[in-house]
Design a protein around this ligand. Structure first.
Ligand code: GTP
Ligand code: ZN
Length: 322
């Protein structure tokens, strides 16, 4: 049977087939052995359900159209696929306490997936003033380099409808942003129902703030689907060169004018990027972010190469996901 992974429930993929039946599944041993393929939310899979077995078995993960990938926070040299086969990425940042460095990183990861990217500036009602809000929007538009920016608030139904209009029926959007930025609240407003527990709901029960732990495809009435990506604390980059090129297209553009085509924008003569920093047309912090993120990707790649060398020397199999 063919199905879609609609949820990861404590590590077990929940697979929905065409007729709407849902099966909690395990991976076939052949998938996990060697290449260690693990199904992610949004994956199309082939499953079998042996009689007398309480779970289905994922026999095959079909090729992915795209994927959202970060470095596995628990394993030094592995990637982790958080979602697959989606059409859009919404990057959510709050209007007040906007963190430009985090936004840059989120944009790199979002663009790396190849899907269309939009920025959601959340909690507009918490902006100090209309001017402050416009200032933040202007800043985000500059950082986001032409990516569409929507300003939203849970207090403003029209802004929520604008988000709904961006997810066409049949499309899947993933929602990215730090805990507490208002993702669950937005999903609830889109669905018109309490599907996701929000921070406010759990605040009074003495168990501390709730953070969603499972990723799930949620259907939105009159639109497509959304996958909340909760609890993404560490967004370490993996192989994100393409994402950096898009997220920092201004710097890539400048680099066309460097004297050397392989200029690293360090001490080389005739570097157009450093010249732009010096004349003030490229903010120094933005250049520093670019270098930092680029170096992070280089380091990750180097570690992967090292791991491969160790494997070829020792024959010891390393685990690979995706
Ligand atoms: N003032 C204001 N508060 C909001 C808005 N949206 C969400 N909140 C509040 O912000 C807190 C966090 O919202 P959540 O929706 O739980 O945030 P989240 O991003 O889903 O967080 P995680 O589930 O931890 O990933 C809650 O107390 C919400 O009620 C908004 O537009 N304006
Ligand atoms: Zn240069």
């Amino acid at each position: 049977m063919r199905g879609i992974v609609v949820k990861l429930d404590r590590g077990y993929p929940l697979v929905e087939t065409k007729n709407g039946a849902r099966y909690r599944c395990e991976h076939a041993t052949a998938l996990v052995k060697g290449a260690d393929v693990r199904a992610a939310c949004g994956d199309a899979v082939e499953i079998s359900v042996p009689s007398g077995h309480d779970k289905g078995i994922i026999e095959e993960v079909l090729p992915r159209r795209n994927a959202f990938v970060r470095k596995d926070p628990t394993e030094r040299m592995e990637q982790q696929v958080l979602a697959a086969n989606f059409d859009k990425v919404f990057v959510a940042e709050p209007c007040a306490n906007l963190n430009v460095r985090r936004l840059e990183r989120e944009l790199v990861l979002a663009h790396e997936s190849g899907a269309e990217v939009l920025v959601l500036l959340t909690k507009a009602d918490q902006a100090e003033s209309a001017e402050a809000l416009e200032q933040v929007r202007g800043l985000v538009e500059r950082v986001a380099q032409g990516t569409r920016v929507l300003v939203i608030s849970s207090e403003d139904p029209e802004s929520v409808e604008a988000v709904r209009a961006c997810i066409a029926p049949g499309e899947i959007a993933i929602l990215l942003g730090k805990s507490g930025v208002g993702k669950s609240s937005l999903v609830n407003l889109l669905v018109g129902d309490e599907v996701q527990a929000t921070g406010a709901v759990r605040e009074g029960d003495g168990k501390g703030r709730h953070t969603t732990v499972s990723r799930e495809i949620v259907r939105i009435p009159g639109a497509g689907c959304v996958i909340d990506m909760p609890g993404i604390r560490g967004l370490a980059l993996w192989d994100s060169d393409a994402g950096i090129d898009v997220a920092f297209s201004d710097i890539e553009e400048l680099a066309q004018h460097c004297r050397f085509s392989d200029c690293r924008h360090g001490a080389e003569p005739g570097c157009a990027v450093r010249a732009a920093v010096e004349d003030g047309s490229l903010p120094a912090e933005r250049f520093e972010s670019y270098i930092r993120l680029r170096d992070e990707v280089q380091t990750a790649k180097k570690r992967v190469e090292e791991a491969k060398r160790i494997k070829s020397r020792t024959g010891h199999p390393r685990r690979w996901k995706g």
